[in-house]
Design a protein around this ligand. Structure first.
Ligand code: NAD
Ligand code: DAU
Length: 354
């Protein structure tokens, strides 16, 4: 095997955001070995990385982050100097159905990785870093006014966000107790190609394509701050290489949308791309029972990463959404492969039996 200058372990690299991060690092840093450790749960898909899977600086390992023996063996075999930790159970609705899986992967999995990093690196922390990819949901829910800053106290409201908050606390505790060098970023809602169609944007697109009702929770009044996934991947690259160890950076699109207005927008762009009469897809919108404990509004103040590291979101929303819808149109096979019986079973439980 070629000798590499550096080795980075990326967890959850076969998922939505992880695959964009892996692609960016593998192509931008050919002298760095990128190891992608992913369990390939329902959300992990190696088809997301088909274009780079043969690169000599890319190695995929199928495995569970809670499997300490496996993680240890990777550190024994490769000189891992950094971990970029994305592996997680990531869907709020699934966390309401089954919180335990979220504790297992998001909390125990993170602590397992932290233990291995601490033990493997303790003799020389120089040049080492554990980078926790977290979410704005740890800050709780905003009213009509205000923004989440890095100083906003944690106030998680769903089993998902409670598990991510817990993991973030452990990362900081390992920094404080063992001096483990770390970084944390808390990002707002991502959208773009390769997102599993359980989240609002890809689910809406998939239902438009299949003339299925589009489920909008409650009155569609909840607000999210949307960021194109490639802009998030660029931020992760910048923070990993230039961020101050022990610091937290918020990442957001400065792009707030009420769910119902976003769904209207998706319908209109899709009608245009599909050559359907304007207004056709809006007829699919169906208001359904609200999510339990549904956070009203998330909005990120990203001035710290903008001012200190010079990051900016680059993709205008209309452009990103049009590209995303077009990607799903061009990749129907990708959709067909993941829409297995398990997806239908989840869909039935979440939307048809309530
Ligand atoms: P995703 O659900 O698309 O992908 C998660 C990946 O982790 C999958 O490939 C899955 O197979 C893998 N995985 C799950 N459990 C595992 C385990 N026990 N061991 C190894 N691999 C496992 O998630 P995503 O939307 O790409 O989110 C990635 C990360 O970014 C998560 O940590 C999430 O909390 C965070 N985040 C997501 C968003 C968003 O809008 N999607 C926003 C902010 C932060
Ligand atoms: O804010 C960052 C978070 O964004 C990430 O940490 C999570 O991993 C990611 O899943 C996302 O969480 P949300 O709960 O905000 O995303 P979701 O796409 O599930 O929902 C977005 C909004 O749309 C939310 O207000 C709920 C609503 N919704 C969602 C679905 C799936 C609907 O109205 N109908 C739906 O069918």
């Amino acid at each position: 095997m070629k000798k590499f200058d550096d080795t980075i372990l990326i967890t959850g690299g076969a998922g939505f955001i992880g695959s964009h991060v892996v692609r960016l690092f593998v192509t931008k840093y050919p002298e760095t070995l990128i190891i992608n450790l992913d369990k390939l749960t329902y959300a992990g898909n190696l088809e997301n990385l088909k274009d780079i899977e043969d690169r000599e600086n890319y190695l995929f390992i199928r495995g569970d982050i809670t499997d300490e023996k496996l993680v240890l063996s990777l550190f024994d075999k490769y000189p891992v100097s950094g971990v970029i930790h994305l592996a997680a159970e990531s869907h709020v609705d699934r966390s309401i159905i089954n919180p335990i899986t979220f504790i297992r992967t998001n909390v125990i999995g993170t602590v397992t990785l932290l233990n291995v990093c601490r033990d493997a690196w303790k003799d020389n922390y120089k040049g080492k870093c554990f980078y926790q990819i977290s979410t704005d949901e740890v800050y709780g829910s905003l009213g009509a006014e205000g923004y989440f800053t890095e100083e906003t106290p944690y106030d998680p409201q769903s089993p998902y966000s409670a598990s991510k908050a817990s993991a973030d606390h452990f990362v900081r505790a390992y920094g404080n107790t063992y001096a483990l060098p770390y970084l944390i970023t808390n990002c707002s809602n991502n959208y773009g190609p390769n997102q599993f169609p359980e989240k609002l944007i890809p689910l809406t697109i998939n239902n438009i394509l299949n003339n299925r009702p589009i489920p909008v929770y409650g009155k569609g009044e909840n607000i999210r701050d949307w960021l194109y996934v490639v802009d998030h991947a660029r931020a992760i690259d910048l923070v990993y290489h230039k961020g101050q160890k022990g610091e937290t950076y918020n990442i957001g699109g400065n792009n707030e949308w009420k769910n119902i207005d976003l769904v209207y927008k998706l319908c209109d762009i899709a009608d245009h791309l599909l050559g359907r009469e304007n207004g056709t897809s809006r007829k699919l919108i169906t208001f359904v029972k609200d999510r339990a404990g549904h956070d009203l509004r998330y909005a990120i103040d990203s001035s710290k990463i903008r001012n200190q590291l010079g990051w900016l979101p680059e993709t205008p929303f209309d452009k990103g959404l049009t590209y995303t819808i077009q990607w799903y149109l061009n990749n129907q096979e990708w959709l067909q492969h993941i829409l297995t019986g398990a997806y239908e079973k989840y869909y039935e439980q979440q939307y048809l039996k309530r």
